[in-house]
Design a protein around this ligand. Structure first.
Ligand code: CUA
Length: 359
């Protein structure tokens, strides 16, 4: 028989060396991991608490990783196959109940403690916000987020999210088609948008600026493009912006004919800043609206012979026919997306009436 003395019990010296390696490597590992910049700016009240939880996870999990790796490498080195041992069967081993009890109980305690911490943290950051919390409806659809905010003049729909600083907000998250996930990394919170149910979370923005809104659930081909922004503003700026958006998006718009004319004119002279729809009057002259810009053709002349359907086509598909002396691709081609059907219809009606002296 080949000498197998080197397969003997692990000595006290071995254990001390192993322990020393684990302690030193863990300390280095923890220090390194804690210096890494894992997350974007902290922009909500929940962010610092979640980042602290992350640090705790690092402190707990790095030593486990180091200990397991160290034991594995030691075993590989210590009980490796030596020359001449190719045909040897290893010595028989028996299970150890004591060892199995220990390696079941310790992880159970660690996981239970971390789970308890996480549960308490979640309850804490989602505890009922103060009365008068602003509610924002978040609607996921392939492949964009839509936001609906209540304002004194009615609900305002936007494709960018606006929030006031230091005021609690509750998100009601819904989906029109598949499962999306409403995530603002700077806020650290996310929740699935599930068709048929409303999911929620609340937070208080604590930092001025513009942050990414992303979809964190693979939802189809355009998933990666489902990225928008949230802008956190001071209370005064927020009130001003929302009032402007409410006005521009026709939030208070009744369906009656007279109001439709007002919306049509509004779209013509001001566009829809909420969605980035440029005002027609910014580039086109039209007598009834009092606009004189000459970037694009004069509408009174250009549309003389066009009916409502023709005007609509020129708005939603501006590159189909180009007036002589003007270039393709100058007029935005996104009006069918940046204006609602109601706004477009009102705009067409307004232009039709204006250039034909009706109304
Ligand atoms: Cu919506 Cu991914």
């Amino acid at each position: 028989m080949t000498d197998q003395s080197h397969r003997g019990a692990v000595t006290a010296k071995n254990w001390i060396a192993l322990l020393a390696i684990i302690v030193v490597a863990s300390a280095i590992g923890i220090a390194f991991m804690l210096t890494l910049n894992w997350f974007p700016a902290q922009a909500s009240d929940a962010a610092p608490k979640i980042d602290t939880f992350w640090d705790v996870l690092i402190v707990v999990s790095v030593p486990i990783f180091v200990a397991v790796t160290a034991m594995m490498l030691f075993s590989i080195w210590r009980w490796r196959q030596r020359p001449g041992e190719e045909d040897l069967d290893g010595p028989p081993i028996h299970g150890s109940t004591k060892l199995e009890v220990i390696w079941t109980i310790i992880p159970t305690i660690i996981i239970a403690a971390l789970t308890t911490y996480a549960a308490i943290l979640l309850v804490d950051i989602q505890s009922a916000p103060a009365k008068g919390t602003r509610v924002v409806n978040v609607n996921g659809v392939q492949f964009a987020w839509g936001f609906e905010t209540q304002t004194p003049s009615g609900p305002v729909k936007t494709s960018k999210l606006y929030l006031p600083l230091n005021e609690p907000v509750k998100f009601n998250v819904r989906s029109k088609d598949v499962i999306h996930d409403f995530w603002v990394p700077a806020f650290r919170l996310k929740v699935d948008a599930v068709p048929g149910i409303t999911t929620t979370y609340n937070l208080t923005p604590t930092k001025l600026g513009t942050f990414d809104v992303v979809c964190a659930e693979l939802c189809g081909l355009g998933h990666a493009y489902m990225r928008q922004t949230v802008t956190v503003l001071t209370a005064e700026r927020y009130a001003a912006v929302m009032a402007g958006l409410a006005h521009a998006s026709g939030a208070a718009m009744p369906a009656a004919g007279a109001a439709t004319d007002a919306v049509g004119k509004q779209m013509f002279v001001a566009g829809n800043p909420a969605t980035g729809a440029t005002a027609c009057g910014a580039c086109h002259a039209m007598k009834a609206a009092g606009t004189t810009a000459a970037t694009g053709p004069n509408l009174d002349e250009m549309l003389k012979a066009d009916d409502a359907a023709g005007i609509m086509e020129m708005i939603v598909d501006p590159n189909k026919e180009i007036v002589e002396g003007y270039s393709k691709g100058i007029m935005p081609a996104n009006y069918s997306a940046s204006m609602t059907k109601t706004q477009l219809a009102a705009l067409v009606k307004y232009i039709d009436q204006s250039v034909h002296g009706k109304g």
